[in-house]
Design a protein around this ligand. Structure first.
Ligand code: MN3
Length: 263
């Protein structure tokens, strides 16, 4: 799938239907017609769909800027460096193919691709899964007292209905998701995914692994994903990961999550 689809997904190209799933949305691989002549086309750092300070106060601008322009950008450049080393011309250099970790790639290179492709895909997805808060607090609030985020839920959406059917209530789901996010030892991600039949599950992946990778134990199609690496929160929240997780509920783009669930 082409770059156009990703741009559609971001809403940059108006009037066209949104892409139908996560991988199509994230496959940033550009014009494949040229890569056989010129080497693999580079993956690109996608634009942030909001300003760097628009997720305040929940995600602060300094952390977001470093996260996006340093961490995410490094995954992209390291990924591009790794795929340049792939010797096997039969390997397709798109996200879906690379996530299957082709056997003909050396273990060392597989690890580089796993970490950096995962880092690139997960962060691209993460930025898209957030949106600015509607009602910003006008005075500083202790993060332990942040709102619950339930003003962002739309219980008429299919996703929220499916969540309530499976987890009894949105609050019940929130508890399960928060516990998963808190349980990640070291660095990793918490996810809400669906299987091929639309059944939901919550789980985690270590490091930059992704539920779509062949190497991952927890599998599914991502609907929501939360970065719980310390680089995502430490400047603002220090060791209080639970406060960062609570803040996240004020930024979840449920409209988009619902579109992914329905696709
Ligand atoms: Mn991160």
């Amino acid at each position: 799938m082409e770059r156009r689809v990703f741009l559609e997904y971001l809403g940059i190209i108006g009037g066209l239907s949104l892409s139908s799933n996560y991988l199509m949305a994230l496959d940033l691989n550009q014009d494949k017609s040229t890569h056989l002549k010129d080497g693999p086309p580079p993956f690109l750092l996608p634009p942030l769909p909001y300003g760097i300070n628009q997720l305040e106060p929940y995600f602060d601008a300094v952390t977001l800027e470093i996260h996006y322009t340093k961490h995410h950008a490094a995954y992209v450049s390291n990924l591009n460096a790794a795929i340049k080393q792939i010797q096997d011309n039969s390997i397709k250099l798109d996200m879906a193919s690379l996530m299957m970790m082709p056997d003909s790639i050396s273990k060392d290179l597989q690890n580089k691709i796993r970490n950096n492709l995962g880092g690139h895909a997960n962060h691209s997805f993460f930025w898209l899964s957030l949106s600015p808060p509607k009602n910003k607090p006008t005075t500083p609030i202790d993060p332990a007292q942040y709102p619950t985020g339930e003003d962002r839920w739309n219980v008429n959406n299919r996703l929220e209905k499916a969540i309530i059917a499976q987890y009894k209530s949105m609050e019940g789901f929130k508890t399960v998701f928060n516990e998963a996010a808190k349980s990640v030892f070291g660095s990793g991600w918490a996810w809400l995914v669906k299987d091929a039949k639309g059944k939901l599950s919550v789980g985690t992946t270590p490091n930059q692994d992704n539920p779509l990778m062949s190497t991952t134990v927890f599998k599914g199609i991502p609907i929501l994903g939360l970065d719980v690496w310390e680089h995502a929160y430490y400047l603002k929240y220090q060791n209080q990961r639970a406060n960062y997780i609570n803040a996240y509920w004020n930024l979840i783009n449920w409209e988009q999550a619902n579109k992914l669930f329905e696709s």
